[in-house]
Structure formats: C-alpha cells, structure tokens
Design a protein around this ligand. Structure first.
Ligand SMILES: *Cc1c(COP(=O)(O)O)cnc(C)c1O
Length: 473
C-alpha cells in the first residue's frame, strides 16, 4: 500500500479507470484505441505518447497553482534560461563525478562560494557537499556531530548508560525529529514560553550534559520566520564550557535564513564567524532560488567532518569522495544553483531578498491594519509573517480564514504551536521571489473582502482543522 492515500482509497479501481477523450491523439475509435488504461495496475500494452501525455497532463490540472501557494518556502519561479539548462542536464547523474567532471566542478564552486558567503575562516579549507535538500543536509550534519561525540567518548560509548542527545528548540523542522528517530539520538527540546516562540540560549545550555552531541539553532523558524539567537547561544555555551568543561558544537539550520541573512542582515553574526558553529545547512531550493531538489551542507573545516563518514567508490571509474545518503541523484539542480549564483551575484541576491522582505513587511502592516488580526511576527527576519485573530474576535478563527482563502486560490496554512503554546493557532504567509507587490495587493484585497463575511459567522466553523489546511511543516 502506498504511504499516502488518494481521496477514495476504497473505491473500485475498475470503475475509476481513466476515460480517454476520442479526440486525443491516436486514442480514437478508428485506430481501435477506445478502452481507458487501468490506473492501479500496469496497463497490458503501450499507449501512444500523445495520448499518455494528455491523460497525465489533464489529471495534473487539478493540482494547485504553485505561485499562489503562500505556505511553501520552496522556489516556484525561475527564469526560462534556468529551465533550459536544467532540461539539458536531466540525464546527468550527480554521483558520476568522473563521467561528468564539470558538473562536479560546478558543485565544488558552489561549496566554495557558500563557504566564503558564510565566512568560513579559511574558505578553501571548508568542506561541503550538495544534497537533495536541507533534510538530507541535516542528517549528514547530525551524523557528523554524533560521530565526533562518539570518538571523543570512545572510552564510555557504546554503553547502555551513554545515550547521545541533541538539544534544540521545540520549533525545529520535522527533519530534526527524523534525525533523532532514525539515528537513535535523544531529542532534548526547549519548549516555547509566553511570547518566546523559539530557542532560549540559557535554557538550551541548561539541557546540555556530557552526552550532548550538539545544539541546533534555526536561522528562520518555520513556525513564524524568526531568527534564533545564534550568537547568544554560542555565548551561553562558552559560559557552560567555562563552568563545566563541556565543549558543545553548534549546527545552524539555515534552510531559509542562510540565503537571506548574508545579503540583507550582513551585521548579524550567526555563521562561521562564531567559532562554535561547526556546520551549516541551507536549502538551495528555498531562498537559494532554485527549483526543488537541492540543499547544501558545509563544515567549517576538515576536523568537523570525521573522515570515516566520507566514502570513495571506484566502480564508476575514478576515486571521488562523496558524503550523501543517496547514491544516484540529478545534476540539474546543482547546475541551476551555479547558474543562479552567477546570474545574480551578491547584489542580485540582495535585491531579490530585500524585495521579498519589503513585500512581507508591507503586507504584515496592512493585515494588522484590518483590525481583526494580531501579528506574531512582522516579516523583518525571514520574509515571512505569522498572525492570529485578536482575542475579541469570536465569530471565526484562523482555520476559517485559511479555508475561505482557498476559495480564492490562496494557500495559507493555519496551525497550532507546539509545547507550552498549543493554545496559539496562527496563519503564516511566506513571501518568496515571485510573490510580487502586485500579487500581495490582490491577496490583501481578497482577505479584506472576506473579513466582513467572516464576522457574520455565528461561531468558528472549521472542525477538522488538519484536513482544512493540509499543513505539513
Ligand atoms: C524547510 C526546512 C527544512 C527541510 O528542508 P528541505 O529542503 O525541505 O528538506 C529543515 N529545516 C528548516 C528550518 C526548514 O525551513
């Protein structure tokens, strides 16, 4: 059984077979092709390409319009030239570094550019790799932390009493729960408290002990777009080291923020300028401005990435080191990342991210001015803001707003906050490149025309909250 269900998992597959429009390509009664192919078992024979294309294309028309999706951080618009380059590279396998040495070279250059951008002390000595996204990058970074800790504690690990743990805010993205689950590391999470919706540095340091492999700081919380205080966290851990001798490394999950802060918050110290920061990841496919399928993991120096985690294989010819969970993977996204770096440069990225921030801040202010809403964040860190209904709004809630916005095509997730603030439910708007000031204007017009109708409701309507918003962090 597949891991996700269609709307009607119990329906009879025969009755739900695709029907073929006789007008479509060769699928017409004259050529004898009248029967629709089955949907849930491999068809007995082939279909003409035009018919197969049209069938698949038609079904996908019911997917949402990605540009109206204000839930995702992932890039939904690239230039046509980027699309052409990607199409030229779809057949290139990133792992075949000897077969495609220039794709491998572009990957190396991207790593070097990121090491420089993130202020590695010696950019030529930083090590890093591309991945399928931040999730894989976080797995690799987490494994490096665990291995470093295990080596340092080889006199007492493995043993039933020494269970490694990783400290983080409760607001981390689900990839960190996955890491801890898959690699058998205890997740020690700092809860939210009052109006603090992310990690508290002192509380994080208090959770550390001799089995802590590292602390994760998120640059750009998925819950509200706020930056976690990386420098303050490092200071709290310096203090801990002075008191106890524990030397705990920090990993920065910069899935979004590592491609925002270097351009528009240049003075913010969150990166390899802080000696305690051992590794950083980002999603090339978020504010790195590339279509989905690329992330990056970098370590400040070779010492931060235990050598034995890096594999060398010779059966593709050559002997190139790799660090990855996958083996085969497309090269197109890496090429597109290099293209985008080349195309925009620092100034281009700065302009694009500043434009996204301007849209977010302007829209947040105007949502607040509608009167019914209270802002949780204002779009001044990630170009993202979260808001909720004011306490005196009783007729509707954020889930109703999310559902009604869907009628106009806008996808805006509504969700509750985690531990200690489960009472708080918010809407979140992610302003990405391509969500222009014009589109923001249309969004605001739709939202403000809904408010009077929502105020007429006798009470909040949306019962099945998760189904209403379909939100996954
Ligand atoms: C999106 C996100 C991830 C996961 O990244 P993918 O590239 O989607 O795998 C991890 N951490 C944070 C903070 C994120 O925003």
């Amino acid at each position: 059984m597949p891991l996700h269900h269609s709307e009607d998992p119990k329906g009879d597959p025969k009755k739900r077979a695709l029907s073929v429009n006789p007008f479509y390509g060769e699928a017409n009664p004259v050529s004898g092709m009248t029967e629709a192919p089955p949907k849930h078992r491999l068809p007995d024979g082939p279909l003409p390409p035009t018919t197969a294309y049209q069938l698949v294309h038609d079904e996908l028309m019911l997917d949402g319009n990605s540009r109206l999706n204000l839930a995702t951080f992932v890039t939904t618009w690239m230039e046509p030239q980027a699309g052409v380059l990607m199409a030229e590279c779809t057949d290139k396998n990133m792992i075949d570094k000897d077969e495609y040495p220039h794709t491998a070279e572009l990957e190396r250059r991207c790593v070097a550019m990121l090491a420089d951008l993130w202020r590695a002390p010696d950019p030529s000595g930083a090590v890093g790799c591309s991945t399928t996204g931040s999730s894989e990058a976080c797995m690799l970074a987490g494994m490096a932390l665990k291995r470093r800790w295990a080596k340092k504690n080889s006199d007492r690990y493995p043993s039933p009493t020494a269970r490694p743990n990783l400290v983080m805010g409760v607001n981390v993205q689900v990839c960190w729960d996955k890491f801890c689950n898959f690699w058998e590391v205890e997740a020690r999470q700092v809860p939210m408290e009052g109006d603090r919706y992310h990690l508290d540095p002192v509380a994080a340091a208090e959770l550390c002990d001799e089995n802590t492999i590292g602390v994760v700081a998120v640059l750009g919380s998925t819950f509200d777009g706020s930056y976690e205080p990386v420098a303050e966290l490092c200071a709290a851990l310096d203090d801990l080291q002075e008191r106890t001798g524990l030397d705990i490394p920090v990993h920065v999950d910069g899935a979004s923020g590592a491609m925002v802060a270097p351009f528009i918050d240049e003075d913010l110290e969150w990166d390899f300028r802080l000696p305690r920061v051992a590794s950083i990841n980002t999603s090339g496919h978020k504010y790195g401005l590339v279509y989905p399928g690329v992330g990056w993991a970098l370590w400040r120096d070779a010492d931060s990435l235990p050598e034995e985690l890096v594999f060398r294989v010779n059966y593709l010819g050559g002997d190139m080191p790799t660090f990855a969970l996958n083996f085969s993977r497309p090269g197109a996204q890496v090429v597109a990342q290099y293209y985008t770096f080349l195309r925009l440069g620092r100034e281009g990225y700065r302009a694009v991210q500043q434009a996204a921030r301007d849209v977010a801040r302007g829209l947040a202010d105007r949502v607040e001015a509608l009167g019914d809403f209270r802002l949780i964040t204002r779009g001044d860190q990630l170009p993202v803001f979260a808001f909720t209904t004011r306490d005196d709004v009783k007729a509707y809630d954020v889930f109703d707003v999310s559902r009604r916005l869907r009628e106009r095509g806008w996808l805006v997730p509504a969700y509750t906050f985690p531990a200690h603030r489960e009472d708080l439910a918010v809407l979140r708007v992610v302003c990405r490149n391509g969500f222009t000031a014009d589109l923001a204007e249309l969004f605001l017009a739709d939202l403000s025309s809904l408010v009077p109708e929502l105020r007429e409701q006798p009470h909040p309507f949306t019962r099945d909250r998760d189904a209403a918003t379909g939100f996954h962090h």
